[in-house]
Design a protein around this ligand. Structure first.
Ligand SMILES: Nc1ncnc2c1ncn2[C@@H]1O[C@H](COP(=O)(O)OP(=O)(O)OP(=O)(O)O)[C@@H](O)[C@H]1O
Length: 679
């Protein structure tokens, strides 16, 4: 075991400075594997470049990916990024040691390792016999410091499979609940005292507990697990309940854009909300719930985003997410307790679109290492992994296993920025001139809503960035573009921080037509056919609609003026209100060509249809679900299971990937639903 903890370290562990950010998101580019080197003829060129400011600088580093085929570059910012040549020990000293020090002061901490498949997550957190990862390094230092102050350590190890938690030290299921005092309890999890690293490795780790066949989802449903280790520190040997702090290490399931894991998605939402100072949706998954007391204030969090050195779309997607979280992080006001909410959702995450990907399958051999077992990994595209990786497992012999890594060459796969017609922004009392906005909306160059936007951040401020593209000014613009342009003007008027300051409610109305919002049924939705009929009626009504209006009530003294909107906004059906035009004195008419008007109406209807369809999936009976193309008995059961776990599992079309549908299948489903409008 190559773990050494010199005396000088002992004091460092206990006294390391806590003047760091509470949440840090760093990258780590893994070195090329021998197979990658071989397949690139001995000298692979990294597709990632990192521009670093000085080490001590608070500036974030910039990570760029170059698409070899198009020479297009996408850039993202993280708190820091460790190069291929920087080893895990360096990450430990700079990032994890301060967290270890925190647990001696009673703080909790979480180290989450996140990334695409094969990006080095397990290597980083668990490591090998010769090169221990972050978790064993931390344990070694904690044990060493404990000797001096007489504290004791227990460890627990668990696996989260399909939103169920299984103990890895004693094969049994663990339940997660809150006690009367609001503390998170892991009922049934075993805690083993350890006094040395060798004792730790002697513990007998078990794989994921086998589930009953009935609990297994369909074969094509994603089936990936998270593995966690909890190191609990107690103040003395005699009373193991006198806990000081704890540190969690979680090896998250590999991020696969086409198979987004539900709890990964929930975790992203939690991190985003923590950063944005919003209500934190811990209850969305077991994983986030069980980590609640190690993620919320004042716990310290480190997220290591592992990066594949070879072209891989999932890597871009993971960095894109991490970078968006960093962006929010750098915008929060520490004392703000304000919350943002759009459309009843505290936040919206765009799961990146799978896009048109060209998948190259490469095999890499796992390094021969006693700690690195990859039981249950998929060895072909069809069989679902029935056992997870064996985290921190020494009891099992090393297995050299062929592992599939999906290398994507797609450069277009990031979903376009989504904009809601109802944008709630904060403002101070300075009103924006409507005419100026209107004029500028027409005269500004076309706004490109796409990859660049997604990659640059999810706040509305980012919506104000414009990219002059090559499109002709005559090309029909979309309503969202119109709104973006309006935002650009707001930004011009008020400077870059406009979105933090400005509050206006922009809502789109179709003149003169009153139509009850088709998505108002809260309790029990009518059948899809009824909803489709309503949409069909909307279509008829809209076909005779007058030009689009944007009304912007900018009353001074609005109580939400200082609220900060950090949500990603998404397309929504235009609100159709009778008499809206005549009654609103601050409305702005955006007069467009008939084609433009038609395009706007159709895009509104499309979004409306999607919302209705999602509502249907969230509420329909099993028989109704089975009536849909692509949903059979098993998938219907799985949808019902997801609904048991969370009342509204489908918030956008991408969530359908959680039940194993591909984007192509989702599109086909939507086409069929839309086609029924005209039958
Ligand atoms: N820092 C590193 N130095 C040397 N080799 C590394 C490093 N990081 C990862 N590797 C090697 O890269 C390969 C993939 O790493 P690893 O298995 O840890 O990825 P992973 O992200 O955990 O994969 P999965 O998502 O499939 O679980 C392994 O062969 C591993 O030994």
């Amino acid at each position: 075991m190559a773990l050494s903890t010199p005396d000088s370290v002992r004091s460092k562990v206990i006294s390391a400075s806590d003047s760091r950010q509470r949440l840090r998101i760093v990258g780590k580019i893994r070195p090329f594997t021998s197979l990658e080197i071989e397949s690139f003829g001995g000298s692979p060129t990294p597709w990632i470049s990192v521009q670093k400011p000085d080490l001590d600088s608070s500036e974030r580093v910039s990570i760029s990916f170059r698409d070899q085929s198009t020479s297009r570059k996408e850039s993202f910012k993280l708190n820091y990024c460790y190069d291929q040549h920087e080893d895990v020990g360096t990450i430990f000293s700079r990032e994890v040691r301060p967290l270890v020090s925190g647990i001696f002061r009673g703080l909790n901490a979480s180290v989450l390792v996140y990334g695409a498949r094969g990006s080095g997550k397990t290597y980083t957190i668990q490591g090998s016999n010769e090169k221990p990862g972050l978790a064993p390094m931390a344990l070694a230092e904690i044990l060493f410091a404990c000797e001096e102050i007489g504290s004791s350590v227990t460890i627990s190890c668990y696996e989260v499979c399909q939103d169920r938690v299984f103990d890895l030290l004693e094969p049994k299921e663990v339940s997660v609940f809150e006690d009367a005092g609001g503390r998170i309890m892991l009922k049934g999890i075993s805690q083993f005292p350890v006094k040395s690293i060798s004792e730790f490795y002697k513990l007998n780790f078990h794989g994921c507990t086998p589930r009953k066949p009935a609990q297994k989802p369909t074969n094509d449903v994603p089936y990936r697990n998270h593995k966690g280790l909890i190191i609990n520190l107690s103040s003395n040997d005699k009373n193991p309940n006198s806990r000081l702090g704890k540190i969690n290490f979680v090896d998250l399931a590999g991020h696969e854009t086409t198979r987004m894991n539900k709890s990964l998605y929930a975790l992203q939402n939690v991190v985003y909300a923590l950063n944005a100072n919003e209500r934190v949706p811990y209850r969305e998954s077991k994983l986030t719930r069980m980590l609640q007391d190690s993620l919320g204030e004042p716990s310290q969090i480190l997220i290591v985003t592992c990066l594949n050195p070879c072209c891989c779309q999932d890597t871009i997607n993971t960095v894109s997410w991490a970078s968006r979280s960093c962006l929010v992080l750098n915008r929060i006001c520490p004392n703000s307790t304000k919350k943002t909410n759009i459309g009843g959702r505290s936040m919206v995450f765009c799961t990146p679109k799978a896009g048109k990907t060209q998948n190259l399958t490469a095999s890499t051999k796992k390094q021969n290492s006693p700690h690195m077992d990859f039981f249950g990994k998929k060895t072909n595209g069809k069989s679902a992994a029935t056992k997870g990786r064996k985290l921190f497992d020494r009891a099992n012999p090393t297995i050299n296993q062929e592992q599939e890594i999906s290398l994507s060459t797609d450069s277009q796969a990031i979903e376009p920025f989504r904009l809601n017609e109802e944008i709630s922004l904060s403002t101070d009392s300075q009103a924006i001139e409507p005419d100026r906005v209107n004029e500028s909306v027409r005269s500004l160059p076309e706004v490109s809503i796409g990859t660049e936007w997604e990659s640059k951040g999810s706040t509305v401020e980012k919506a104000c960035e414009i990219e002059k593209d090559n499109k002709s000014a005559d090309e029909p613009s979309t309503r969202t573009e119109g709104l973006n342009k309006a935002l650009v003007v707001l930004q011009e008027e008020k400077g870059n921080d406009i979105i933090d300051e400005v509050s206006c409610s922009v809502c789109v109305t179709e003149g003169g037509i009153e139509k009850e919002n088709v998505s108002t049924n809260e309790d029990r939705s009518p059948p899809l056919s009824t909803r489709l009929r309503e949409l069909s009626n909307s279509l008829k009504a809209l076909s005779s609609s007058t030009p689009l209006n944007i009304k912007m009530p900018l009353e001074s003294g609005n109580s939400c003026y200082n609220e900060v909107n950090k949500d990603v906004v998404e397309p929504k059906t235009p609100k159709i209100e009778q008499g809206a035009r005549s009654n609103d004195n601050l409305e702005i008419a955006l007069i467009g060509t008939p084609r433009e008007t038609f395009n706007l109406c159709s895009s509104g209807l499309k979004n409306s249809l999607i919302q209705e369809f999602l509502k249907f999936l969230n509420t329909a009976t099993k028989e109704e679900l089975k009536g849909m193309k692509g949903i059979g008995e098993k998938r219907a059961n799985y949808i019902l299971e997801l609904r048991d776990e969370s009342p509204e599992p489908f918030k956008d079309l991408n969530d359908l990937k959680n039940v194993g549908l591909t984007m192509k299948q989702i599109n086909a489903m939507m086409k069929k639903v839309a086609g029924e409008l005209f039958n």
